[in-house]
Write a protein that binds this ligand. Structure first.
Ligand code: UD1
Length: 416
């Protein structure tokens, strides 16, 4: 298994290009299930989760070709099942549920079960499909949904759910009549998906607000589209500049997707300036400790909570970090403490008291964003950090060690 080895202490400087967004690419690739014909998607990142969705689509009989430009053809869907083996490695596999029922009338998808960052149920996806007239049964750990034709209706989501909104938005494209999603999630990835679906002939309005209206159509057509840049990867590089006191231009990203992070980084003493095609992040001053609360978009993203906590471990005082989206997303805390961080958890608050220095240590990645947090900590720490279980980071960051090393980090991957 691979490990990442970091010798900390280098200030990161230079330019880095952000890859396509995993969380946009996944639903966009799955949207191909809604139409016959060849779809073409550009800017697909090279990630383990992308390979998983390709496999998932392949198992359904869908043809998938290419890498950074991916072509997908769902003329024939030979079966409607997403197996436990795939869903357990990637929860986002649940995204096939809505499109499969809408296109073929039936879907059988393994229930994701728990994961490192909490229980993460899919009850809201299921409830919404039932509201649209689907018959849903839970059998042998699988959700089985059937509907000759889904019917448009008004759906209220109790909690803002990203993949739930995407799943039902896709299903509603081929439903009879109009579907209105209330308290819909507003993430930019949902807007990107809606643009792609509209390019396929769907009639969606309101994506990016908390009320999305979808007028059902009988048939959709293939599309050519480009996946948005990964705002979480971009944010991670801004934090890499901050934690090392460096100066990095993050290119190919849309800074307006990162308003919540940018406001916080400025509060923490960083200079963030827009540049052509991206943003420049400089962290030359002492990091000021600031409080952070994660929220659905446009609030502070839970997917950057672990990374900003790494930066707060060497802040000037006390930072209170409150996680409100997932109930168990502090797995990185005990690993950061092994590197000398001073953190106390009380419920969903982490009290992070800044220390003068982190010290390199062997640490273990527990989930995708936790791994990024430990890499950031390693960049700032004195001495050597060895990160194991790096398969987590490969799910969501394309060649992160190469990108960081091009910015001057002393980082390498070894295979054992
Ligand atoms: C997506 C992102 C993930 C990000 C998360 C929150 C993808 C592929 N993944 O995950 O990176 O961390 O949004 O921004 O886009 N919930 C329910 N019932 C449901 C659905 C969700 O109770 O049926 C709860 C979850 O347990 C969680 C909250 O709602 O507490 C938000 O989860 P959700 O937005 O659904 O996260 P994902 O779509 O799984």
């Amino acid at each position: 298994m691979d490990k990442i080895i970091i010798m900390g202490g280098e200030k990161l400087c230079g330019d880095v290009l952000v890859s396509g967004a995993k969380n946009a690419a996944l639903p966009i690739m799955v949207a191909s299930l809604l139409t016959p014909g060849w779809n073409t998607f550009h800017n697909i990142p090279d990630l383990v989760d992308i390979r998983t969705v390709k496999k998932l689509l392949g198992n359904l009989g869908v043809r998938v070709e290419g890498n950074s430009t991916v072509r997908i053809n769902a003329d024939t869907i030979i079966q409607s099942e997403a197996s436990y083996d795939l869903v357990k490695t990637m929860r986002a596999s649940i995204l096939v549920l809505g499109p499969l029922v809408a296109r073929t009338g039936v879907a059988r998808v393994s229930l994701p079960g728990g994961c490192a960052i909490g229980a993460r149920p899919v009850n809201l996806h299921i409830r919404a499909l039932q509201d649209m007239g689907a018959e849903v049964e839970l059998r042998d750990g699988y959700v089985e949904a059937r509907a000759k034709k889904l019917k448009g209706t008004t759906i209220y989501f109790d909690i803002s759910t990203v993949t739930g909104t995407e799943n039902i938005m896709m299903a509603a494209c081929l439903a009879e009549g109009t579907t209105v999603l209330k308290n819909a999630a507003r993430e930019p990835e949902i807007v990107n998906l809606a643009e792609v679906l509209n390019g396929m002939g769907a009639r969606i309005s309101g994506a990016g607000t908390d009320v999305i209206r979808i007028d059902g159509v009988d048939r959709m057509n293939p599309v050519e589209a480009t996946v948005m840049a990964d705002r979480i990867e971009a944010g991670t590089f801004m934090l890499a500049a901050g934690i090392t006191g460096g100066d990095v231009r993050i290119l190919g990203c849309n800074p307006s997707h990162l308003d919540a992070l940018i406001a916080k980084l400025r509060d923490a003493g960083m200079e963030i300036t827009p540049v052509d095609g991206g943003v420049r992040a400089s962290g030359r001053k002492k990091i000021k400790s600031i409080d952070i609360k994660t929220l659905p978009y446009p609030g502070f993203p839970t997917d950057l909570q672990a990374q900003i906590m790494a930066m707060m471990t060497i802040g000037s005082g006390l930072a209170v970090i409150t996680e409100t989206v997932f109930e168990n997303r502090f797995m990185h805390v005990s690993e950061l403490m092994r590197m000398g961080a001073d953190i106390v958890i009380q419920g969903n608050n982490a009290m992070v008291r800044g220390v003068a220095k982190l010290r390199g240590a062997p640490v273990m990645a527990t989930d995708l964003r936790a791994s990024a947090s430990l890499i950031l900590a390693g960049l700032a720490a004195e001495g050597r950090t060895v990160l194991s279980r790096v398969y987590h980071i490969d799910r969501g960051y394309q060649k992160i060690e190469n990108k960081l090393s091009a910015l001057g980090a002393n980082i390498k991957r070894i295979s054992e």
